[in-house]
Design a protein around this ligand. Structure first.
Ligand code: PNW
Length: 476
């Protein structure tokens, strides 16, 4: 079991979750600022206004990364620090650009490769208000392309660009369940606006086209000189049949992955949506124009994979309701025999099952022609961690084991199954604003003391990755 010699590893974060400094240096509001201000949307009533204060602590964070031995760091850019109102004819904020240029210079000086995510959910609120943000098929892709070009030009040294983080979350949680910003849903007790049966599929389509436009811009005008690579990051869980003897459950396992991952990956690798989605959604799934296919098909230099958990899948009888987004099936933690997929964590959707990582890596590799891949997120929360003493929190053996099991499962996928993984970014460098769950759920390898000046305390897991990768990465 081993990983290639030039394998990169490190940690990941996202702008709204760690930066704070919401009004510093001319930053404009994003849809998450607006969403957090609505009572009841965030579990602890919090927001990212202060978060980990990372905007003001870049050298401390880089020092932390260095001390942990990381060779790569994935972070995202806050679009509204670059273009506070968001649009292609709106003013550019040089202070925001300068901040990220310096950050990348400092990372490189520390020997750490930046992986920059352009969009980790913090859409400029100005664009949501102006034209419906992700729902606008004409305007959104053009504004995203303009923002992306601004960053490619400003940071020629970055060699790894990610256009969108988890468009499934932006589309389903943002426009079907309303659990994430901008909170649209058909459930009128939770939102005055939204159409859960249609808007998520429109949002997903427009993200794909925006991704395609940014990739074309990079390949045409920046890549030839800068030599970097660009791709999208998709999230998805592993699936196992609730009843392995039931062909309908076996089939539902693939359908679940298609609704989560292939929704985006099939258009990118094949130029069309999966058959299973067309069958269930019909004309609620937008149709690609020839121009859009040309932009989207073949638009990944690498596949970015976020992965956390696995489920048992049970098919549902009858026909699906219009607001179904899973593919007409149930996701369960127990199978027909009563076996449990994995232990509880603080996140209701997450239970560790490392074999699933290896299996899903194989599934993706087979379906998409063995693409070059980076694992751009993987990690876990811990049941009750927020209520423990600091002494207990830093002894996070559960998280140490999670990383050990998952990284070894990945190494087996690489060395035994031939999957082409080139890098691994653990989620997350530090505890941070966990979206609708606020600060109660912690994913960090570093504890952040939110009441005492955001002081950082590395946990045991922070120090466990370097020795692990040392034993796995080939020396020559
Ligand atoms: C990812 N789900 O989000 C995000 O990319 C991170 O920003 C986030 O902090 C991390 O995982 C941990 O949650 C997800 O409900 C959020 O299935 C929710 C789900 C999946 C991924």
């Amino acid at each position: 079991m081993s990983l290639p010699k030039d394998f990169l590893w490190g940690f990941a974060t996202a702008s709204y979750q760690i930066e704070g400094a919401a009004e510093t240096d001319g930053r404009g509001p994003s849809i998450w600022d607006t969403f957090c201000a609505v009572p009841g949307k965030i579990a602890d009533g919090s927001s990212g206004v202060v978060a980990c204060d990372s905007y003001n602590r870049t050298s401390e964070d880089i020092g932390l990364l260095k001390s942990l031995g990381a060779t790569a760091y994935r972070f995202s850019i806050a679009w509204t620090r670059i273009i506070p109102l968001g649009g292609r004819n709106d003013p550019i904020n040089q202070k925001g650009i300068d901040h990220y240029v310096k950050f990348v210079d400092d990372l490189l000086a520390a020997g750490i490769q930046p992986f920059i995510t352009l969009f980790h959910w913090d859409l400029p609120d100005g664009l949501d208000k102006r034209y419906g943000g992700l729902l606008n098929r004409e305007e959104f892709p053009l504004d995203f392309e303009h923002y992306a070009r601004t960053m490619f030009k400003a940071i020629p040294k970055c060699q790894h660009w990610i256009t969108f983080n988890e468009p499934w979350c932006s589309s389903i949680l943002g426009y079907n369940t309303g659990y994430f910003a901008p909170g649209h849903t058909s459930d009128r007790s939770r939102s005055a606006v939204g159409d859960s049966a249609r808007e998520p599929w429109i949002s997903g389509h427009n993200i794909l086209v925006a991704h395609g436009r940014a990739v074309k811009a990079y390949r045409d005008d920046f890549k030839p000189l800068q030599g970097g690579e660009i791709g999208i990051t998709l999230n998805g869980d592993a699936t196992y049949p609730w009843d392995p003897e039931d062909p309908a459950d076996v089939e539902a396992c693939d359908r679940k992955i298609e609704f989560a991952i292939s929704w985006f990956a099939d258009p990118i690798y094949f130029g069309h949506y999966p058959e299973s989605m067309l069958k269930q959604l019909g004309d609620r799934l937008p149709t690609f124009t020839a121009e859009e296919v040309a932009l989207v098909k073949g638009s990944n230099d690498f596949y970015g994979m976020n992965h956390y958990t696995a489920n048992y899948i049970k098919h549902k009888p009858g026909s699906p309701p219009e607001d179904d987004f899973l593919g007409h099936l149930e996701t369960l933690f127990y199978n027909k025999n009563g076996d449990c997929i994995g232990p509880e964590t603080q996140s209701f959707w997450l239970r560790p099952h490392a074999q699933g990582f290896r299996d899903l890596l194989g599934w993706l590799s087979r379906r998409y022609g063995n693409p070059k891949m980076y694992v751009t997120e993987n990690g876990t929360s811990l049941k009750g961690e927020n209520d423990m003493s600091l002494e207990k929190i830093v002894e996070d053996d559960f998280r140490v084991k999670y990383f050990d099991d998952y990284v070894r499962a990945m190494a087996k996928a690489v060395s035994e199954d031939g999957v082409d993984v080139r890098g691994y970014l653990a989620w997350s460098l530090m505890d941070n604003f966990e979206w609708a769950e606020g600060y109660e759920t912690r994913f960090g390898v570093t504890y952040v003391d939110y009441v005492n000046d955001q002081k950082r305390h590395p946990k045991k897991s922070a120090k466990s990755l370097q020795p692990l990768f040392d034993t796995l990465i080939k020396k020559d």
